[in-house]
Design a protein around this ligand. Structure first.
Ligand code: DX5
Ligand code: ZN
Length: 222
């Protein structure tokens, strides 16, 4: 799978999202962090805002990252809005298989996220239910944190599990991804890269998107 760069809008101007999205035309997807101040100690936006973003950006790949409790109730509703990918946290779900199937049947890619302390192994037997696994490389909740190198073996083990099943599983990394950490993620087996502060604090965000993708592509010989 080609490497994909999905800038996170968490560190953008959240009151001017249309303008911020227009600054990153080269991105492969827009990573939207939904936080409920319960699953994580931060609060961002929800369904009504995403519904507007969907209307205003019909051609964008909307990559939803739900850091919210009651994922089984909420996640399918983002799929019904027409978001291309919906990621919910395993720790916030009672019925991940049912939820993933609802997301897929609404036409979206189903994806599951793991906090740093949550192992991948319990998902090994049900990995075919998912199109992507998001490995958090910081504690979820805030942008601008330092990348956790200790997560690299988990990315490797996730890629191994996907190889065994033969499915084309996307592996996303989120947290502290930048020009100085992206190569380690590529080497471990990730192919979808979320970058928040690295992109939106750059002088030229779109140039940074391309620089990150070039670096990833070069690393895996594309
Ligand atoms: C944090 C969010 C991330 C965040 C990443 O919980 O899930 O998407 O925006 O920000 P950076 O890239 O700055 O670590
Ligand atoms: Zn995120």
């Amino acid at each position: 799978m080609a490497n994909r760069i999905h800038p996170s809008i968490l560190n953008a101007n959240l009151a001017a999202l249309d303008d911020e999205i227009a600054r990153i035309p080269s991105s492969d997807g827009i990573h939207i962090d939904v936080m409920d101040n319960h699953f994580v100690p931060n609060l961002t936006l929800g369904l009504p805002v995403v519904e507007c973003l969907r209307k205003n950006h019909p051609d964008s790949f909307l990559d939803m990252h739900l850091m919210i409790e009651n994922a089984d109730t909420w996640a399918p509703q983002y799929a019904e809005l027409g978001c291309e990918s919906v990621t919910f946290h395993l720790e916030a779900s009672q019925a991940p298989i049912t939820t993933a199937r609802k997301i897929r049947s609404a036409g979206s890619r189903a994806s599951v996220a793991l906090r740093p302390q949550t192992p991948i192994e319990p998902l090994a037997d049900i990995i075919a239910e998912f199109d992507m696994v998001l490995i958090m490389t910081v504690d979820p909740g805030f942008g601008g944190q330092k990348f956790l190198d200790s997560m690299l073996p988990k990315i490797e083990r996730t890629r191994e599990i996907a190889k065994r099943t033969g499915q084309e599983l996307w592996i996303q990394v989120d947290g502290g991804v930048s020009e100085s950490t992206i190569e380690r993620c590529v080497d471990a087996g990730a192919d979808v890269f979320v970058a928040g502060s690295a992109v939106f604090r750059a002088d030229e965000p779109d140039a940074m998107v391309n620089a990150l993708r070039d670096k990833a592509d070069l690393r895996c010989g594309h």
